[in-house]
Write a protein that binds this ligand. Structure first.
Ligand code: SIN
Length: 494
């Protein structure tokens, strides 16, 4: 194993860098001592090597989580609240180290990494407060001598499968409600970015989360088999996954073998609409925030930017000018505004979308190619004009820094184009007409709408999609319900 580059990170607390799995409160190697390598996408240097665990370790982690559930589920909401608040505090105390780890493994800028860790911690704080408010209900009975009571109970062991684009925040958004509800967890972190998860779990241990309540099974080689075990094992009662739609479908079919509770936050293809009555400067800022956050690697990124023909030229030139001013580079560098993509395949997909759009008549206003002279997986932030509504970029999530501009004429036409997709996670539009704001917000077939804003993500909202973008909601007042069963008790003979 080589830990040379991570050592160069110069963390205040180097013991936050863990390279092993975590089972039953112990840091452990894979049974066969196998490891997988983690690369820094900004340099392609090896960051380190992490234990590559298999089905046997996954089964053990699930059994241990099942045992731990017996006692953790009996703790009071107040006890769980106190432990989660300690974790929240530890995340703040170690914020700079966590940000450096995140930038090193994911590539996002250190400013974005600080923001992501604050976002992640805000879920821990929110769900600490929810732990003491898992209210039930009484329902008046139609029968004499009968009382109806509804209570909420933790579902049991949860499998949490998280993505590389938000290695810290997606753990915060899944693990915090699971623990708050009284559930235990087995986490499969992304093999591209396992270190943020491992650091958070170390902090959770320090915060007093009992042994066995959280378990982590990292893997790269055994991804499919471990994923199957986490979805099919009968002790697991709930699966929460963030990632692509095809993988969500596979996991759902596996979960169906024992009819588990599932929540999936899957792919998006967000429309971003600029109407003729929009505040154009605000729309440009909104497009930049939505499209270029994390270098275009978020599920809620604007993927198709529809601009009314009367404001098209103005919007396109202002957007292109701003994007031209971006500085791509290593996220650790203070000057960098945008980091690399996660790996070579991501670059290839972005290039395929750009080439396809150009072959169908689009012109490149800025960017349009891999960045030269940088060692990592960098693609130039790109603005494409006059994109054909049938181009691949309008149909498939790019997951990269490409703003595809498409002209439209009428509200009816753009709503039809916006909804002409199998997925529906987020949608955005800019308009100052209050009637149109209501009409369009209601007409967009998505789970989340940004009206006159390109930034919707917060811990307090029900995050999730419709159509093939997933099931369930994460965060907000609804988030904890995903980890609880509703039980009805009839009290008779009164
Ligand atoms: C995601 O891209 O999966 C999550 C983004 C967010 O929470 O804003």
């Amino acid at each position: 194993m080589t830990y040379a580059t991570v050592a160069k990170l110069q963390l205040k607390d180097a013991s936050l860098l863990k390279h092993q799995g975590f089972i039953g409160g112990q840091w452990v190697d894979a049974k066969d001592k196998a490891v997988f390598k983690v690369l820094n996408p900004a340099t392609q240097e090896e960051l380190g090597a992490v234990a590559d665990m298999g089905v046997e370790e996954a089964k053990r982690a699930i059994d241990i989580a099942g045992e731990a559930f017996k006692t953790w589920s009996k703790t009071t909401g107040r006890e769980r609240h106190d432990i989660l608040l300690k974790l929240y505090k530890l995340m703040q105390d170690n914020a700079e180290d966590l940000a450096m780890i995140l930038t090193a493994e994911n590539g996002k800028t250190i400013t974005e990494a600080r923001g992501e860790n604050a976002y992640s911690a805000s879920f821990v704080e929110w769900f600490a407060e929810e732990a003491i408010r898992t209210y039930g209900q009484t329902i008046p009975s139609a029968m004499i001598g009968l009382r109806n009571v509804v209570v909420k109970q933790p579902v049991g062991v949860c499998s949490l499968l998280t993505p590389w684009n938000f290695p810290s925040a997606m753990i915060g958004r899944k693990l915090a409600p699971a623990l708050a509800a009284g559930c235990t967890a087995v986490i499969k972190p992304p093999s591209e970015t396992p270190y943020s998860t491992l650091a958070l779990v170390e902090l959770a241990k320090r915060a007093g989360v009992p042994d066995g309540v959280i378990n982590v099974v990292p893997t790269e080689v055994h991804l499919k088999d471990v994923g199957k075990e986490l979805c099919e094992n009968k002790t697991v009662k709930k699966i929460s996954f963030t990632g692509s739609t095809p993988v969500a479908k596979l996991l759902m079919s596996q979960a169906a073998t024992s009819l588990k509770k599932v929540s999936f936050e899957a792919g998006g293809n967000a429309p971003f609409i600029v109407f003729d009555d929009a505040d154009i400067e605000a729309a440009v800022e909104g497009a930049i925030a939505s499209k270029f956050r994390a270098s275009g690697q978020t599920c809620v990124c604007a993927n198709r930017i529809y601009v009314h023909s009367s404001v098209y030229a103005d919007f396109a030139s202002r957007l292109a000018q701003k994007v031209d001013g971006f500085k791509i580079g290593n996220g650790m560098d203070k000057e960098t505004t945008h980091g690399p993509l996660i790996h070579e395949k991501a670059i290839e997909k972005v290039q395929r979308h750009v080439d396809d759009a150009v072959s169908k008549g689009a012109s490149i206003l800025v960017g349009g190619k891999r960045a030269e002279g940088l060692p990592g997986f960098f693609y130039e932030p790109t603005v494409l004009a006059d994109v054909d509504p049938r181009a691949q970029v309008t149909d498939e999530e790019t997951f990269g820094p490409v703003a595809a501009l498409i002209k439209f004429e009428t509200e009816e036409e753009v709503i039809r184009l916006a909804n002409d997709t199998d997925v529906g996670l987020a949608g955005y539009f800019f308009s100052r007409d209050v009637g149109r704001v209501w009409r369009v917000a209601e007409a967009l077939q998505v789970g989340m709408v940004g009206a006159n804003t390109g930034m919707i993500s917060q811990p307090v909202i029900p995050f999730g999609g419709v159509k093939e973008s997933g099931l369930g909601r994460e965060g907000g007042p609804h988030g904890i319900d995903e980890y609880m069963n509703t039980k009805f008790i009839a009290f008779g003979g009164l």
